[in-house]
Design a protein around this ligand. Structure first.
Ligand code: B4P
Length: 189
């Protein structure tokens, strides 16, 4: 089968990370989560981590210049040559354009963008529940509100960006994880 280049788009807590992990098992291609990479950088106290931490804790997007560098480096690694599941990148128009440029340089493009649709009330409840379980430093009510506002302003326009390119499928992210996984699987078939 040819390389699969997939993107999961959606608001914070929509289940991008949850669904990406299921796709990793199903397709055998890596998940590329800028959120996970930035959290690892913070934990390692690297230069990128020190720059990102304040933005992440406040619920703001980390600057494009930092995130694009992190994503490009990861996408250039050998295991991404056979396809990938992007989770949480791109999140701004500049990041989407950088991704298009990068894929264009290697003579390919994104195959499909699956947008997970979940109303805000459900998202806040999920993230507050995750806060109890995982204690992530950005899963508090103030940061969650900022993340939702950042999403609406900077990331939601990407739904139209990918629709215009003919690669968008919108999928409800409500219901059991397995039900959502079934819808995602249909969307990328
Ligand atoms: P992310 O790590 O991407 O955080 P997220 O949006 O909260 O994750 P996700 O939607 O994947 O939620 P999950 O599946 O885990 O980013 C964190 C921060 O990093 C950002 O705020 C930003 O500061 C920075 N950042 C990352 N990428 C960036 C970029 N490109 N540009 C700039 N800044 C960037 O699910 C959430 C919860 O819901 C879980 O507890 C899960 O168990 C639950 N859940 C999932 N599916 C469910 C279902 N069907 N029903 C009920 N619960 C469900």
């Amino acid at each position: 089968m040819s390389a699969r280049r997939l993107l999961l788009l959606g608001p914070p807590g929509a289940g991008k990370g949850t669904q990406a992990k299921i796709l990793v098992d199903a397709l055998g291609i890596p998940q590329i989560s800028t959120g996970d990479m930035l959290r690892a950088a913070v934990a390692a106290d690297s230069a990128v981590g020190r720059e990102a931490k304040g933005y992440m804790d406040a619920g703001e997007l980390v600057p494009d210049s930092v995130v694009i560098g992190v994503a490009e480096e990861r996408l250039g690694q050998d295991d991404a040559a056979n396809g990938f599941i992007l989770d949480g990148f791109p999140r701004t128009a500049a990041q989407a354009e950088a991704l298009d440029d990068l894929l264009g340089r290697i003579g390919t493009k994104l195959e499909r963008c699956v947008a997970l649709v979940v109303e805000e009330d459900h998202l806040v409840a999920r993230l507050l529940k995750r806060a109890e379980i995982e204690g992530r430093s950005d899963d508090n009510e103030e940061s969650i509100r900022t993340r939702m506002a950042e999403y609406r302003k900077k990331t939601e326009p990407l739904v139209a960006y990918y629709r215009d390119r003919g690669v968008l499928t919108e999928v409800s992210g409500l219901g059991e994880v397995d039900e959502v996984a079934g819808r995602v699987s249909d969307a990328i078939r």
